[in-house]
Write a protein that binds this ligand. Structure first.
Ligand code: ZN
Ligand code: ZN
Length: 418
């Protein structure tokens, strides 16, 4: 038996029409990045493993369970985009070239964990990073941009949840507070959370176990761990969101388990996604660049899951890009038809031909199936007169056109249709 291979579990084959939806989603995102002034970076999929240990954090789910590691080397397939952008920013001396940068990226990310519904091994992120300002208006821009992309791609129902973790000192206070509140409840938590409570209590918020979630949501969390400055910034941001007519829900339990977050954290959710309900997430990382060897540089960003967006949108209307089908009633005229096909393509007319020697009737049917607007029929008789029959596929009328007039005639006819 010859083996039929399957794709690796947790990966996706994008083929038409899904591949064109994929393209359109990224196109809509690119358009908005342009409007908001973000420039694209295309970075390697491979990075040093320790980059993520020092940014996302030792002991986080991503680093401890989900890294896709190249055997026996300090190399992983990137699990997320932010750390790589910061690595690139520092390595290329960008801090010396400017004090404010805005980047976006679109590309695959990898998680080496057992795939489950909504959790893929290879998935795509649409992400942005704004580096070099702690102005809360910039948080507003990042949130606005993320929501605009979600809306523009056609997701109709989603919500924004927001919280502030405060600065490093505030996060420390929150961590101690959580530890205190959890006293006596440790034994009810899963074994993972019991470890988390010792190493980094804030990580318990990432636990997906129902019982852990229930206990966490019963904790009396308020924003009193925030220092005066962080509290003010957060309240400024919330009023800005109101001004921008952006609806949000303050969620004190939104504590993202990635080490690098400080201050603003947010999540965009859709109830239609089930238990993995995040379309995307983001926040501030004011200490990350410092932690990775740079100067203290306040920054903010987000990442959206492209596959999650694809699950939520209505299929886009498929438009055929094919304009002209070249048909040959007799096999003898194929070489000339092939020549004319290339002539049309050279003149930027999307054209197609049948390579399988179908009958004229079958060729016309094929032309229709492909969505061609015109079919150029090249029979022996027409070619002897240096002519072609041009059939308007929608009106089902046809006309004889001189071969030298063919390109201008088709261009005129096509432009009158659009
Ligand atoms: Zn603070
Ligand atoms: Zn747990």
């Amino acid at each position: 038996m010859r083996k039929i291979y399957s794709r690796i579990r947790g990966t996706t084959d994008f083929y038409p029409p899904l591949s064109s939806f994929f393209y359109k989603v990224t196109q809509k995102a690119r358009k908005l990045f342009e409007i908001f002034g973000y420039k694209e970076v295309i970075l390697p999929l491979l990075e040093e493993e320790s980059l993520f240990r020092r940014s996302v954090g030792e002991g986080s789910d991503i680093v401890s369970k989900q890294m896709f590691k190249i055997e026996s080397q300090d190399i992983v397939l990137r699990p997320e985009g932010t750390a790589g952008v910061v690595r690139f920013y520092l390595e290329n001396g960008l801090p010396k070239k400017g004090d404010f940068w805005k980047f976006f990226y679109i590309g695959p990310m990898f998680r080496g964990e057992r795939p489950q519904k909504g959790r893929l091994r290879q998935f795509h992120h649409i992400g942005a990073e704004a580096i070099g300002s702690d102005n809360f208006y910039l948080d507003g821009e990042i949130i606005n941009l993320a929501l605009s992309i979600v809306k523009e791609t056609g997701v109709s129902s989603f919500s924004l949840e927001i919280n502030s973790l405060g600065c490093r000192e505030d996060k420390e206070k929150l961590s101690i507070k959580v530890k205190e509140l959890m006293k006596g409840k440790e034994s009810m938590m899963c074994s993972n959370c019991q470890k988390r409570l010792v190493v980094n209590p804030l990580r318990i918020f990432d636990c997906k176990q129902q019982e852990c979630q229930r206990i966490i949501s019963s904790l009396d969390l308020k924003d009193e761990y925030l220092c005066q400055r962080c509290k003010q910034e957060f309240s400024n941001l919330l009023s800005l969101l109101k001004d921008l007519n952006i609806e949000y829900k303050y969620n004190p339990y939104l504590v993202r388990g990635l080490d690098y977050y400080t201050n603003t954290v947010f999540e965009i959710k859709s109830s239609q996604l089930g238990s993995q309900d995040a379309i995307g997430a983001g926040g501030r990382y004011n200490d990350l660049i410092y932690n990775l060897g740079g100067k203290k540089t306040p920054s903010v960003g987000f990442a959206l899951g492209l596959e999650r967006i694809l699950l939520l949108i209505e299929p886009y209307q498929e438009e055929s890009s094919l304009k002209v089908f070249v048909a040959y009633p007799q096999p003898s005229t194929f070489p000339q038809a092939y020549h004319i096909l290339n002539h049309l393509r050279k003149n930027n007319i999307a054209a197609e031909i049948d390579y399988k020697g179908k009958s004229l009737k079958a060729q016309l049917k094929y032309s229709q199936k492909l969505g061609a607007l015109f079919t150029v029929i090249l029979g022996e008789e027409e070619l002897q007169q240096n002519c072609a029959i041009v059939r308007d596929m929608n009106k089902a009328v046809q006309k004889k056109v001189a071969l030298e007039e063919l390109v201008p005639f088709l261009k005129d006819s096509l432009s009158s249709l659009s």
